[in-house]
Design a protein. Structure first.
Lengths: 134, 500
């Protein structure tokens, strides 16, 4: 029997519960828990939930972007970034996760899924150092 | 250079510097242990792609799994922690190459470790490369002269050949390889010595020996020491062959020694087990054959249309208690074009180099041997094999017929003649002279313990009194009737004075 990956399970849960409400939804939750218990996967539920969250975000067009900067950004800048990201990643909604970090010196670093757009002064200096020492 | 010019240059450099911003693929370290990192993210990464860690450490992607990738870290890994950012580079593992590397000692990443400063290089070569195809190749027909009589006469090696040196520990495997490198002086050959998992003291000894012999003028040493992570031992031979290929692409002949591939297989086993790849026989992973076959296939001789040049490989394998049927030895024996089998018993009997002529073969070297050598060595191998059998048989009784006795006496002298001290390569023409004297029976009446002295004296005498013969062997690779007559006379004259 082929092994089920957490991704597959998350995908199946999403498909089953899509557009379901009330009684129907609670039935699905109930049978999901029963399935996980049968397959001895209750201990892995955190990882499955993470996968489920990622998958549902992707399906619903929600993008989570991590922003690293020296100071929290103003609403205007965030709006600008959001519109650029919406276009680039074809998303409907962008959620920000902000991090303050003095070591980047200036500028901003945007992390989306597996990609990073590094516009910080720190990165520029590092690249300049590589260029000069080559 | 004055301070002002330095500042000016820097300013210019900074002005010229432009930074293109683009989205980079990143991942995060999930776990790190024993030189292996599991990294999440890195969605578009390729197998064998180089990645960089925050501290500048380089890694290579080996395993691509559903959620994570398995990366081997090339170098120090104690500063890498969980959550660290990992960036892909888009480049497959490569090594800088240049002609300036000659005479240097490099690590598996191509950085110098001999304290003689930086090596400037302008090109990079991929470490993993598909071996040259059939269309680009040519048959082996040029000899590699090792300077070792037993090998040049009986198990000849040709340019582009892969000849395995196999034997137990401490029996002189490295010595043969080093002698072969030392003998390449003036033979238009670049040598690469790849040391895998060796003690640093041994490496130092070899380096000193090569320097003393003037061999570092055409040799590059690539080393992954035993104190370095297994990942470096794993990539070292590929780094060596990439360097060799850079010279082959210039149309040059290259000799590469892998010392030794048993340790390479062990390093790969370590990495594979840590990456949780399923173990097979002797706990080696399933692709350990491919590990060596793809490396050794890159040794080849290319034809003129594709730039010429060749890579001759001398891989070394260490056996345990002479067991040739273990996993790695059988694999490498079947990949290579022959093997030089070194035997412990012979070594302790004083036959050095302790080459077992019966078990050693060269599948393609015969066509690379020069005509003169072929003529003198023709029956020698068979004679020696018969001698070994008779020798065992003769121990039971003393009543032997004359033919057997003669064969035994000839065999004893042949064994004695093929003995040779370390670091004392013999020129091909001199080998032909002494072997000629042996196979034509001139040595039959010389006492066995005086064979060495007879040989030395004869070579000296022939240099002075058989000039035509020697010149013909050097230039035309074969002697004429006149030359032969001259040598015969020289040997007879010398023998008279020697026996007196």
């Amino acid at each position: 029997m082929a092994t089920l990956s957490h991704n597959d399970i998350a995908q199946a849960i999403y498909m089953a519960s899509k557009d379901k409400k009330g009684h129907e939804l609670s039935d699905i939750v109930h049978s999901t828990v029963k399935f996980l218990a049968k397959k001895r996967l209750i201990s892995k539920s955190e990882s499955i939930l993470n996968k489920l969250e990622k998958f549902s975000n992707k399906e619903d067009g929600i993008l989570i972007a991590k922003i690293v900067s020296v100071k929290y950004l103003g609403e205007d800048s965030k709006k600008d970034i959001a519109s650029i990201l919406k276009q680039k990643y074809n998303a409907k909604k962008v959620l920000f996760e902000e991090v303050e970090d003095k070591t980047v010196l200036g500028g901003v670093k945007i992390e989306v899924e597996n990609e990073i757009i590094d516009l910080t002064i720190f990165n520029k200096l590092k690249k300049l150092q590589e260029h000069l020492t080559r | 250079m004055s301070n002002n010019t330095i500042v000016e240059n820097l300013k210019k450099e900074i002005e010229n510097f432009s930074l293109k911003t683009k989205a980079e693929k990143i991942g995060h370290v999930v776990e790190v242990f024993d030189g292996i990192a599991k990294v999440s993210g890195l969605s578009d990464v390729k197998s064998s792609e180089m990645v960089t860690f925050v501290g500048g450490e380089v890694g290579v992607v080996l395993n691509l799994e559903e959620d994570t990738v398995g990366i081997i870290i090339l170098g120090e890994f104690s500063k890498i922690k969980e959550g660290d950012e990992v960036r892909s580079t888009g480049r497959i593992l490569e090594i800088p190459v240049s002609n300036n590397q000659i005479g240097r000692v490099l690590n598996a990443l191509g950085n110098p470790i001999d304290g003689k400063g930086e090596v400037k290089s302008d090109k990079n070569y991929p470490m993993e490369k598909v071996a040259p195809g059939v269309v680009t190749r040519q048959g082996v027909d040029q000899p590699v002269s090792t300077g070792i009589k037993a090998i040049d006469a009986l198990i000849p090696v040709g340019r582009g050949q892969r000849e395995l040196i196999i034997g137990d520990r401490q029996t002189g495997k490295t010595a043969i390889a080093i002698d072969a490198i030392l003998n390449q002086k003036g033979q238009d050959m670049i040598c690469v010595y790849v040391s895998i998992g060796q003690k640093d003291s041994k490496l130092r000894k070899i380096q000193t020996r090569l320097e003393e012999g003037g061999a570092m003028d055409y040799t590059i040493i690539v080393s992954a020491g035993s104190s370095e992570p297994a990942a470096l031992s794993y990539i070292a031979p590929y780094a060596g062959v990439a360097i060799a290929e850079s010279f082959m692409d210039q149309g040059k002949d290259v000799l590469i020694v892998y010392d030794d591939l048993s340790k390479h297989a062990v390093a790969y086993r370590e990495i594979s087990l840590l990456l949780r790849r399923p173990p097979g026989r002797e706990a080696y992973p399933g692709d350990v054959f491919y590990l060596h076959s793809r490396l050794l296939e890159r040794a080849c001789r290319r034809n003129k249309d594709y730039g010429g040049g060749s890579i001759t490989a001398l891989p070394i394998i260490e056996t345990q208690a002479g067991d040739l049927s273990a996993y790695i030895p059988t694999n490498v024996i079947s990949i290579t074009d022959g093997q030089i089998f070194i035997e412990t018993d012979l070594f302790y009997k004083g036959v050095r180099p302790a080459v077992n002529v019966g078990f050693s073969v060269s599948r393609v070297g015969g066509s690379a041997q020069i005509k003169a050598m072929k003529k003198v060595a023709g029956t020698l191998k068979l004679d020696l094999a018969q001698f070994r059998e008779l020798e065992a048989f003769a121990q039971f009784g003393s009543d032997l017929d004359d033919a057997t006795k003669n064969q035994l006496e000839r065999g004893k002298r042949a064994v004695e003649l093929l003995k040779q001290p370390q670091y004392a390569p013999v020129l091909t023409q001199h080998q032909v002279v002494s072997l000629y004297a042996l196979v034509k029976g001139y040595m039959d009446t010389v006492p066995v313990d005086q064979i060495k002295a007879f040989e030395t004296g004869l070579i000296e005498y022939a240099e002075a009194h058989a000039k035509t013969f020697i010149k013909e062997v050097v230039e035309k690779k074969m002697w004429s009737d006149d030359g032969e007559a001259q040598l015969k006379k020289a040997i007879e004259d010398f023998k008279v004075s020697f026996i007196k």
